[in-house]
Design a protein around this ligand. Structure first.
Ligand code: EPU
Length: 439
């Protein structure tokens, strides 16, 4: 398994561009299952999750040409309907093939995703939404088996205890495109990835309005065809690199920065003393050129993760790392995944002073973090440990960076090009090599 050895203390300077979004690209790829003609996607990021989705679609009879960049997806066997456990367990987002398979192939068998490193992640809202469209749903041998001759439009409430559901909205909205009649999704997720999916589906011939708001209307059509669509820039990757600039007291120019999708983060930045300056006014606000700089002593802040347009849970860990070195006490409350705090113990190993009480962490700022061996537990927690390593005194080893490779394309290479000192090495080989010496 790969690990990173990071020598901290370098300022990040220079220029970089944000790639297409993983969390947009995965449901976009799944939406190809709805189409009777090839779908072309552009700006697809080079990530292991994308490779896993390509493998899953291949098993489902959808040929995927191209690994990243430009990708063409065409269905060659619509009789295949089983998303097996072997693939689903590597990537929870596999669940987003459920709606498209059901709508286009009348049946779908998708292994039930399990929990993940940061807690229970149910799919009850996905299933309730599809049932409301007329699907019959059973659980067989750990698989969700959904069947329906033709889905029928309905009014569906998709809110849950923690707000709406992003992939649940993607599933129901995708399925409703081929349903008979009108579907209204109330309490729909407002995340930009949902608007991006609606844009693709509409260019395939669907009739969707209201995406990006809590009420989405879908008028079912008979079939969907060809489309050519560029994936929107990744707001979480953009936010993570902005934080990397801030934590190293750097000066970074970032292109394709989705400014309008990161207003909640920029608001917290303003309070803390991180500056994100737009260098090009006008044009597409999702693809801005910005300059990120930071004041030497950060102010503490209080923020709560929320559904979009609130502060994204996927940037909570990285923001916590920055606040570890603020001049005072910050308070972070996690409202989407109350257990998403596995990084707290690892940051503490590097000298952070963190007190957790339920879904809240109090971050007592310290003057510096100190390098240590730490272990990545999930994608965003891994990113937060890399940020901590960049800022820490001395050497940090982050093991299990396969988590990071799921959502950040070659982060080590990108950061090194900006002045970081990161070496990727195979930790397994290292351990074996040490055994004779130990004996
Ligand atoms: N929830 C339910 N029932 C459901 C579905 C969700 O109770 O049927 C709860 C969840 O447990 C959670 C909340 O609702 O408390 C929101 O979950 P959501 O369904 O919106 O999450 P998701 O769609 O499975 C996507 C992203 C996550 C991101 C969340 C929240 C993808 C592939 N994943 O997951 O991204 O954290 O939305 O914004 O789009 C990541 O990229 O690191 C990541 C985890």
């Amino acid at each position: 398994m790969d690990a990173f050895r990071i020598v901290g203390g370098s300022r990040l300077t220079g220029r970089m561009a944000v790639d297409g979004s993983k969390n947009a690209a995965l449901p976009l790829m799944a939406a190809a299952l709805l189409a009777d003609e090839p779908i072309t996607l552009r700006r697809v990021p080079r990530l292991s999750d994308i490779a896993n989705m390509s493998r899953l679609l291949g098993e489902l009879g959808c040929d995927v040409q191209g690994e990243h960049g430009t990708m063409t997806l065409s269905n060659f066997d619509t009789s295949r309907t089983h998303a097996r456990y072997d693939i689903v367990r590597t990537m929870r987002a596999s669940i987003c093939v459920l709606g498209p398979l059901l709508a286009r192939r009348k049946t779908a068998r998708v292994s039930m995703p399990g929990g993940c490193a940061f807690g229970d992640r149910p799919v009850d809202l996905h299933l309730r939404g599809l049932q409301a469209l007329g699907a019959k749903i059973e659980l067989k041998g750990g698989d969700i088996v959904a069947t329906a001759d033709r889905l029928k439009g309905a009014t569906i409430f998709l809110g849950g205890a923690f707000g709406s559901t992003v992939l649940g909205t993607a599933n129901v909205m995708s399925a409703a495109t081929l349903a008979q009649g009108r579907t209204i999704i109330e309490s729909a997720a407002c995340e930009p990835e949902i608007s991006d999916l609606a844009a693709l589906l509409n260019s395939m011939g669907a009739k969707i309005s209201g995406a990006g708001s809590p009420r989405i209307t879908v008028d079912g059509v008979e079939q969907l065809g060809h489309a050519d669509h560029a994936v929107l820039p990744d707001r979480i990757v953009a936010g993570t690199y902005a934080l990397a600039a801030a934590i190293t007291n750097g000066d970074l120019i970032i292109d394709d920065f989705p400014y309008d999708h990161l207003l909640a983060m920029i608001d917290v930045f303003n309070t803390a003393g991180v500056h994100v300056k737009r260098l090009n006014q006008g044009g597409d606000p999702r693809r801005c050129r910005v300059q990120v700089t930071c004041e030497r002593l950060l102010k503490p802040v209080m923020f709560t993760t929320q559904p979009h347009p609130g502060f994204p849970t996927d940037l909570q860990a990285q923001m916590m790392t920055l606040l570890c070195m603020a001049g005072g006490n910050s308070i972070i409350t996690e409202k989407i995944y109350p257990e998403r705090f596995l990084h707290v113990a690892e940051l503490s190993r590097m000298g952070a002073r963190l007190v957790r009480q339920g879904p809240t962490v109090i971050v007592q700022g310290v003057p510096r973090l100190v390098g240590a061996p730490v272990m990545a537990s999930d994608l965003r927690a891994s990113a937060c440990l890399v940020l901590a390593g960049l800022a820490a005194e001395g050497e940090t080893t982050v093991s299990r960076v396969y988590h990071l490779d799921r959502g950040y394309a070659r982060m080590d290479e990108t950061l090194n090009a900006l002045g970081a000192n990161i070496e990727r090495f195979n930790a397994d080989v290292k351990v074996e090599a040490m055994v004779p010496e130990l004996v």
